[in-house]
Design a protein around this ligand. Sequence first.
Ligand code: FBP
Length: 556
Amino acid sequence: MQISPLQKARNEYKPKTPSILTQAPARVTLKFSENPTSSTASAGIQELFPKTFHSKPVEFVAGDNPAANTARNVAVILSGGQAPGGHNVIVGILDGLKAANKDSKLFGFRNGPGGILADDCVELTPEFVAPFRNTGGFDMIGSGRTKLESEEQFQKTVEVFERRGISALVVIGGDDSNTNAGLLAEYLAGTGSSIQVVGVPKTIDGDLKNEQIEVSFGFDTATKTYSELIGNIARDANSAKKYWHFIRLMGRSASHIALECALQTRPNICLIAEEVAEKSLTLDAIVETIVSTIVQRSQQGKDYGLVLVPEGLIEAIPEMNTLIGELNTLLAEDEDYFGTLTTFEDQAEWVNRRLSREASYVFSTLPSEIQRQLLMDRDPHGNVQVSRIETEELLVDMVSTTLRERKARGEFDGKFSSLTHFFGYEGRCAFPSNFDSDYCYALGRTTALLIQNDLTGYIATVRGLADAASDWRPGGAPLAQMMNLERRHGKDKPVIKKALVETSGAPFRAFEDHREVWAKDTVYRYPGAVQYYGPTEVCDATSITLQLEQGRSVAI
Ligand code: FBP
């Protein structure tokens, strides 16, 4: 197959590796942390995880460990949305297993957790994985959003693994998939099974992070890719000086992606969903903020600009949150009947009759396209899929109306021409940045070490990520200690808490310090394409978010 020159060059890239991971597995041993439990675990979790809760976070250090050389058969799945670097995790696991014992084998179950239930797998040999080194995408084995959470599914997993002689499962996934990995590990330990389960933190959204996990893989590449595109649009806006660009960015409930892209590109406006929720800002208030910036810039002769909109904004606006909550409940309770309503008009009328007065009013004020999007299929949790709601169109619609009214009253005499964009899928399978290539390979090697040391119910961690890769500290953290009890469908469920943007955190504060100037002046920054070769400050720098969170000083 003909591959591109960059594909070929990236394929030959050797990830920079933490020095401890350059040692043979039999020369690496465990150092358990003195602090057995994380302060984030909520009451009730210990009782649900009697077998795995009391494990201690661990780091790998030099030391003799001949037992690590046992041959093992390990399985891996990719779970949920794509994130750049997933292939390097798999390659790292395989290299780590083979470094200990060449008879070890790695099996990839296809298309996510569903592949285990369908017993659909392939052996991942060195030859099989070779073309995937340092590539984006999850096409090596595919991914899926099926959940592995019921006891029946757990039993099926055991049956498949026992028949195939597989002794460990690696789940590469986000908060949900890792929650289920923790539950499976506990279930297996409880039944006396020796099958191990280890998780790996994946998601471009950047919302799987805590005391132990500094960042999920994929965030770095995705935000660099979007920032390049945003920078290009900013330069176009600054050249043509005639359009306001409204750009929506993926990220689900968390605005980490939008915030990082704002720090990279300095747009005129960036909305942060967490701030909107915290301050209970209504849709009208948000529109008013945008309008006043447009008017202010117009008075300076600048009828152009850039607005970043996180996809989670729609759910953070209080009245929309109430409406979406009521719609989710209605659609879950009467899913079958709702499915029989074939026209949008019938669906809208049916929900309107059942919504509270307040929610029904909000629904009726929305453009019909947004109403349609709010009634689309729910995700497997019964939640609206925010990636399918064109919040940027809603904002443009409302901003245009307000500006027209102002013009009619003689309060605005500028021009407002808008263009909308949505960046999400563009960044999820990009060639991983050097950071993600290095980080993911290190996560894979770390995962192999956790398995070789018989640990279960852990997530692989690599810490000290703002330092040079050679100084990174590989280890693992117990999944159960990251859980909280959350009320879902009337029941308490253990879940790994999503990390949202903290308005008291360093990245948000850096943004807050500069946003007024960015709004009125034109100080766009053009980050350019992700670079793989050249000076280290160009090629190996990680996100501004991570650097600020690690206490580094960054010129914004
Ligand atoms: P994960 O949480 O599974 O990593 O997926 C992230 C994400 O890209 C979100 O940003 C986005 O809302 C969602 O997936 C889109 O889902 P889908 O891939 O099913 O369209």
